[in-house]
Design a protein around this ligand. Structure first.
Ligand code: ZN
Length: 157
């Protein structure tokens, strides 16, 4: 186990540092996206959530410390958090974002974290949606699939 340094302020910080070290730049906590993702890579159309095992009810060893009192309250709270997380994921997927959830417990193993991030951030082939699905995703009408290819088009001269 690596020693915890004073600059290490938790799972999100570990993920940020690693993504940066892998050569990617990102925006933080973009409010207009569903679920307010922790890291957003607009050019790659990818987002990363860093979830605390306790609050997001991971079910791992770390998360299984349900408070001894107010058990019903906590169960309801966790269920609500989980439903909200899943809704955000669905909305992001439907809008064409690729989503990675990094759990707090995963972030504690630097090798594992690096492997997960490297795999997720590797360039992926463009999603191969049918035209009908594209219409549904973007709520637009285009003549060809190619017109949906660049959601945030940059104008060149
Ligand atoms: Zn966990």
């Amino acid at each position: 186990m690596s020693r915890i340094r004073s600059t290490d302020t938790g799972p999100e910080w570990r993920v940020r540092r690693m993504v940066h070290a892998l050569g990617f730049r990102y925006r933080l906590h973009v409010k207009r996206l569903p679920g307010r993702p922790d890291l957003v890579l607009p050019r790659h159309r990818k987002v990363i959530f860093v979830h605390g095992c306790f609050w997001h009810a991971h079910g791992c060893r770390q998360a299984r410390r349900l408070p001894a009192t107010h058990t019903r309250f906590w169960k309801a709270k966790f269920a609500k958090n989980e439903a909200r997380d899943q809704r955000a994921l669905r909305q992001l997927w439907q809008a064409g974002w690729q989503v990675l959830v990094v759990w707090e417990c995963e972030s504690q193993d630097p090798e594992r974290l690096r492997a997960r991030l490297t795999e997720f951030l590797a360039p992926a082939p463009a999603p191969n949606y049918g035209l009908a699905e594209q219409h549904a995703l973007y709520g637009l009408a285009a003549e060809t699939g190619a017109e949906y290819g660049r959601p945030c088009r940059v104008r060149r001269r």
